[in-house]
Design a protein around this ligand. Structure first.
Ligand code: DX5
Ligand code: ZN
Length: 219
């Protein structure tokens, strides 16, 4: 089963609530929320107070992608705001294992993201503790970028690594996904698909989500 996770970053921020209700009614499975601090990545987006407000108007599971330095200082605030799953980056987090245990200690799902240039081996020893890995298919910081082609091989290798260990870890892919490349990433082994600009720039969100699902399976 493929899960489609619209990325809020591409929504019209002047009507964020309406945009979320719209993709929820259009059949989204999760809401992907990009939190950026202007330091780990060049851009600044939103934080826990905004997420807490949005949680009141949506039943979607909130998939919170933290692109921030010192995430351990903010985990509790994001959990209280309503995160159902928290993703932290492997890069720069020296005590990743501790961080993952901390997230799980709050009773939410835990995931680790890796940037395009980061080797898959960086998560080898943490894999068993994870609910999901997030493979970045663009450099984090901005929506609307082009899919980096070598990511496909990384997804394949990640699926092999997970299967070889007999684990049930989801693979999420994030960045540059559209109706033309979704089949390729799903065939490689991804099962949670983030899509920002493709979904939010489409006038009819229901038909674009339907098309993404259809193309994911049939190409
Ligand atoms: C990039 C973010 C992505 C981004 C994806 O740093 O993590 O979630 O919003 O947007 P698109 O689908 O437009 O590449
Ligand atoms: Zn993201």
């Amino acid at each position: 089963m493929i899960k489609i996770a619209p990325s809020l970053l591409a929504a019209d921020f002047s009507k964020m609530g309406e945009e979320i209700v719209c993709v929820e009614n259009a059949g989204a499975d999760l809401l992907h929320i990009d939190v950026m601090d202007g330091s780990f990545v060049p851009n600044i987006t939103i934080g826990s107070p905004v997420i807490a407000s949005l949680k009141r108007i949506s039943k979607l599971k909130f998939d919170v992608h933290l692109m921030i330095k010192n995430p351990e200082r903010h985990l509790e605030a994001f959990v209280e705001a309503g995160a159902d799953m928290i993703t932290v980056h492997v890069e720069g987090n020296y005590h990743l294992h501790r961080l993952i245990q901390q997230i799980k200690g709050y009773g939410v799902k835990a995931a680790v993201a890796i940037n395009p240039s980061t080797p898959l081996s960086s998560i080898e020893w943490i894999l068993e503790d994870l609910d999901m890995i997030l493979i970045m298919s663009v450099n984090p910081g901005f929506g609307g970028q082009e899919y980096i082609e070598f990511t496909t091989r990384k997804i394949k290798d990640a699926r092999k690594m997970i299967d070889a260990k007999g684990l049930k870890v989801d693979i999420e892919v994030d960045g540059g996904i559209n109706t033309n490349n979704i089949h390729k990433v799903v065939k490689a082994g991804a099962n949670v698909i983030v899509s920002g600009s493709t979904i939010f720039s489409a006038p009819d969100r229901k038909s674009i989500i339907r098309e993404l699902r259809e193309r994911a399976l049939n190409g």
